[in-house]
Design a protein around this ligand. Sequence first.
Ligand code: SAH
Length: 253
Amino acid sequence: MSGHLAIIGLGPGAAELLTPQATAALAAAAELVGYGPYLDRLPPRPSQRRHASDNRVEIARARTALALAAAGARVALVSAGDAGVFGMASAAFEAIEGGPAAWRGIAIDVLPGISAMFAVAARIGAPLGHDFCAISLSDNLKPWEVVAQRLAAAAAAGFVIALYNPASTARPWQLGAAFDVLRGHLPGSVPVVFATAVTRPDERIAIDTLATADPARADMRTLVMIGTAATRLVARPGAAPWLYTPRGVAVPA
Ligand code: SAH
């Protein structure tokens, strides 16, 4: 039998945000490959083997999945959120490009998932209603100068910014430095959202402003969203305000 690789986005965490297509592909797989905590989200099936790996070894993990599929297995390679957004899908294609020619013949399906920025946006209103971008703050895979340049360009261009990987114990200073860069291009009043473990039991969401945002609120399970000067707060009784970015923008003067 010929092998198959499904590259699957698991969504932000809640089981009901896993797509039916992903659920079916996970059930059909004989081998599950992924970062340990993501595999732990999936119900155990005695017929399946699990290959859990550590963070930061994406290409090695992708190669494991590809080698299993090339040997004839039905393999599921999982990522949080959407597998194509700072996830395993790119790692798989990078491994294929540099790997044995036979890997190019493997049947592959990339199955979309709900990325953290969409889950966060839906929780707080509609912050991504106008032009936006996503930036990973991790400087493991790119130099900090590139991160800082992109932050400045995105803020100056008027994009709402979804910041992935804002902080970890190994990267404690980057978010504070990012806020400093952004303060050079945006008014202190723009909203900053700290959304941690969204749709998981320990979800935490806080809305602050760029002037007062405290980087210590973020950890590796946080998505930080930076509004623009156009992003609005709509007060509501007894609850945090809705936050949205209007669809239209004025012609620059
Ligand atoms: N492929 C994933 C992103 C992987 S990078 C996706 O599309 O969502 C890992 C980063 O994603 C984390 O550091 C955090 O910034 C964000 N993230 C993933 N799940 C999250 C959740 N449930 N709540 C908030 N942020 C999350």
